[in-house]
Design a protein around this ligand. Structure first.
Ligand code: FMN
Length: 178
């Protein structure tokens, strides 16, 4: 088994992180892997926001609590030292598929450096609220874009969980008549 396959198979969602920051060069490589992901029509309309500003993350956690319920600490992005927001054009109806490709590329890149990561389905459901739009605009997410996905990254503060693969695989083989 080669290293790429091993990295893919070993990746698990991590929801507890060490506070130490992720090295800038690694963050840049993770982002490059996200940007390099396949996307519909090759438009590359997704944009990436690497957030290490805890105050902004707290403000976003407060807005999440306000609109989705619960306490801000329940929405604090697992206290990850690095949170990457992916935004895409509202008009791109393939934006979720594009986000999925970008996120998995970044998760695998993170795993290859011994980092943990997890997808957080947090801002997308509230990204039509004016306060959220304004807050995101303050960091450069223009109004024509919507948050498609959020990833938390950092050095793991917990081990990987066991995972049983339950999806089915079907091999459809033709008759060898040639
Ligand atoms: C589209 C999507 C949304 C997800 N949303 C959340 C989330 O909001 N919170 C969370 O803790 N994990 C979230 N996850 C992570 C999944 O729970 C996790 O990938 C799944 O349980 C399989 O575990 P594994 O990643 O360790 O293989 C999400 C994953 C995907 C692909």
């Amino acid at each position: 088994m080669n290293e790429v396959i091993k990295t893919i198979l070993e990746r698990r969602s991590i929801r507890s992180f060490e506070p130490r920051e992720v090295e800038a060069e690694i963050v840049a490589e993770i982002l490059e892997c996200g940007r390099c992901a396949p996307c519909a029509w090759g438009r590359q309309s997704f944009e990436f926001f690497a957030v290490t500003d805890r105050r902004l993350l707290h403000e976003l956690a407060c807005l999440t609590a306000k609109y989705l319920g619960g306490e801000p600490r329940e929405h604090d992005f697992f206290s990850a030292p690095l949170v990457i927001l992916v935004a895409d054009l509202r008009e791109n109806f393939m934006r979720l598929a594009d986000a999925g490709c970008a996120m998995e590329n970044m998760f695998i890149a993170a795993q290859s450096y011994g980092l943990g990561s997890v997808w957080i389905n947090q801002l997308s459901p509230i990204s039509d609220k004016l306060e959220v739009i304004e807050k995101l605009e303050s960091i450069g997410v223009t109004k024509d874009r919507i948050i498609t996905s959020v990833g938390a990254f950092g050095y793991p503060g917990e081990g990987p969980r066991e995972k049983e693969l339950i999806s089915k695989v079907h091999y459809i083989r033709g008759e060898e008549t040639l």
